[in-house]
Design a protein around this ligand. Sequence first.
Ligand code: HEM
Length: 386
Amino acid sequence: MFGDITTNPYHLETIIRSDLTKALRSLVPELLEEAQLAIHNHLKIPDSKDSVTITVFPTIVHLDSQVTNRAMIGAPGCRNEKFLKKQVSVAEEVIPMSQVLNWFPAFLRPAVWKLFCVTVGAKDGAVRLVIPYIQSRIDHAQQDNPSTITDLLLRYAPPEDLKEVAKLAARVVHLNMAAIHTSGIFTTHALFELARMAPEQVEEIRTEILAAIDSEGGVCNKAAVGKFYKLDSLLKEIGRFHSLFSVGSSRVTLREAVIADGTVLPEGSVVAFAPKPLHHNPQVYHDPHTFDPFRFSKLRTGDNAVRDIQQSFTNLSNDYIVFGLGKHGCPGRFFAALKIKVILSELLLNYDVAFPKGASHSPKPFAFNIFTVPNPTAKLVFTKRK
Ligand code: HEM
């Protein structure tokens, strides 16, 4: 679907797993500025009112796409509404389309996908709209002082990709696809949970955020965000409780393998992991069917750094596979966690959230194929805090 991206994934190892994670410290001020701008635009409260009601999931996904692209391509590209709309549509098309493609014989699939892209699909449009911003980064040789993921891409791109900007643009669109909806799902779940939680618990999260910022001289930098332990715990519990997929991290066995119960998997077997039973294992999680926002922050004691890190949202383990497992575990998870916390802390410090009067406090999630996402039409009321 995305050309040589899967056969030559140079953007994965070095750029996302290593360089982006190292660059997170310098990215925080820009993510914060973009989150403030995007929140202001998406949660506009009319002068005559003190609150606004929004449809959470699509609004948050759009808001996230702006913040993500501040890191991906920089400003002003990250505020190009046409590009952001197309980019969001790409992910919404690719998953259903991958199912449709399965109806066709393998040799016809590339042609069917191409036909879809040039007629109704959003991918070619998103690629076209992002090209000028990538060209501008090439022209201004930002590689020496990289400040966006695109600059990092330019540093590692083979010479032929630098001559064919559309190839780089397709990589940016592809990365955005992995980055936006996943984060939007967590942010939306978090807002629904915050609206359901006891006000004292919400206040506990706010107090901790303010204390962390205070401890960094009043600046919301990476170190401050690293001390949002209760917010981190809430996100980790969301991942445990609201599985995004019924099976994930699929792998193909390269040779015959025997698993712990003696089952023999012949070479070429497709295996995948089911998060729900793992995440509800009573031997690992006390009272696993109860949602406890502070389940993981309560386990941090401050006197054992290794144990404390094991409680963090981004820690991969066999008992927590929200970001997958092993070598192919999500390389963007540190960026994702930081971005979600920046957006949520801005929302929490500036707004109270509640379900509209009479609305269900448990909006039914939307399930399709192996995925379950938050209800796409449920609303929340955002009231400006005094
Ligand atoms: C809360 C947000 C996110 C969640 C829950 C998530 C989850 C996942 C999962 C489950 C995988 C598959 C891992 C496996 O096969 O074991 C994955 C892979 C991946 N994710 Fe994420 N992700 C998130 C955010 C991001 C972001 C922000 C980026 C990019 C900046 C990103 C980039 C990728 C890439 C490139 C892969 C493929 C890795 C590979 O094949 O080696 N993800 N993600």
